[in-house]
Design a protein around this ligand. Structure first.
Ligand SMILES: Nc1ncnc2c1ncn2[C@@H]1O[C@H](COP(=O)(O)OP(=O)(O)OP(=O)(O)O)[C@@H](O)[C@H]1O
Ligand SMILES: [Mg+2]
Length: 270
């Protein structure tokens, strides 16, 4: 896939070197030639505070991260550490209390909600921890929705192909409530990938799947990462999944730090 002359494009060139695992810091990375391309995502000193009743809660504090095109990044951390909050911010679904997020070279603080949605359309896929499928739409209609809002509108057959790819070719007419948790998760994954996005965020994408189905879905994610250059940012508790990513980070005390997942025979969950 040739590197586009469009400065906003972040797809790597055919001859771009393969990504190597690295153990660098959260704010810099050593993907070969990373400096040759602008980062797909640049987070600078992001903070997120929320108020809960009388109390103010600092979920993220001065957090910085740069992700290169084609990279795969795992984010681990304890329950409640702020991983889902961070993913929402990095995807531009939520706004930081402080700091700047630049996606595809565009500082998001300069865009309103519609502008952020337009920037994401077709280029960013998101698999929510709780799926967020629309309850009145069938599996197929849920997957069609982002396609219709993207430049690929009209290519409806792609939605059915995606449901086949995640093993749900027989369930296209089912409503979310007629699907198991794992089936809903796979619809959510099909929905995230249907527009052939450059950047995919997935919040515990195999959390509801049995080991075999989970392994198939993960293989699919990494095949797309390798073959289509899709940048992956995954939240997971699964060290085996984290080990397959170019880079692993742990969210703790509102910041990201480098993290080494335990080895294959060591088991382990974060
Ligand atoms: N809008 C909000 N108002 C108040 N508290 C919030 C809000 N959003 C998140 N929180 C709190 O912030 C913390 C981080 O939540 P978040 O969902 O990001 O954690 P997480 O790391 O994804 O956890 P898990 O692994 O359980 O999914 C939690 O303590 C949560 O209760
Ligand atoms: Mg979460």
């Amino acid at each position: 896939m040739p590197y586009s002359s469009d400065p906003m494009s972040t797809l790597p060139a055919d001859d771009a070197p393969a990504h190597q695992p690295s153990t660098d810091t959260a704010s810099t990375h050593k993907v070969p030639d990373a400096g040759a391309y602008p980062p797909v995502l640049l987070a600078e000193k992001l903070s997120k505070q929320v108020t809960s009743g009388e109390r103010s809660l600092n979920i993220l504090h001065d957090l910085s991260l740069s992700v290169a095109a084609g990279e795969s990044v795992a984010i681990l951390g304890k329950s409640g550490a702020g991983k889902s909050t961070l993913l929402g911010l990095l995807a531009g679904l939520d706004t930081p209390s402080d700091g700047e997020l630049t996606l595809f070279g565009q500082p998001l603080s300069r865009l309103d909600e519609d502008g952020r949605a337009a920037l994401r359309a077709g280029r960013v896929g998101f698999v929510f921890q709780n799926f967020q499928l629309l309850p009145t739409l069938s599996a197929l209609e849920n997957v069609l929705l982002p396609l219709e809002l993207s430049p690929r509108a009209g290519e409806d057959h792609v939605a059915a192909q995606w449901l086949e790819r995640v093993g749900l070719g027989e369930r296209t007419g089912h409503l979310p409530k007629q699907l198991s948790g794992g089936e809903q998760q796979r619809v959510a994954i099909a929905r995230a990938f249907v527009t052939d996005p450059e950047l995919v965020f997935a919040d515990e994408p195999t959390g509801n799947l049995d080991p075999d189905t989970g392994a198939q879905i993960i293989d699919l994610l990494f095949t797309l990462n390798r073959e289509a250059g899709t940048t992956l940012i995954l939240v997971t508790h699964d060290h085996a999944l984290a080990r397959r990513c170019d880079r692993c980070l742990r969210l703790a005390n509102g910041k990201l730090e480098p993290f080494e997942p335990v080895s294959a025979n060591g088991g382990g969950n974060e």
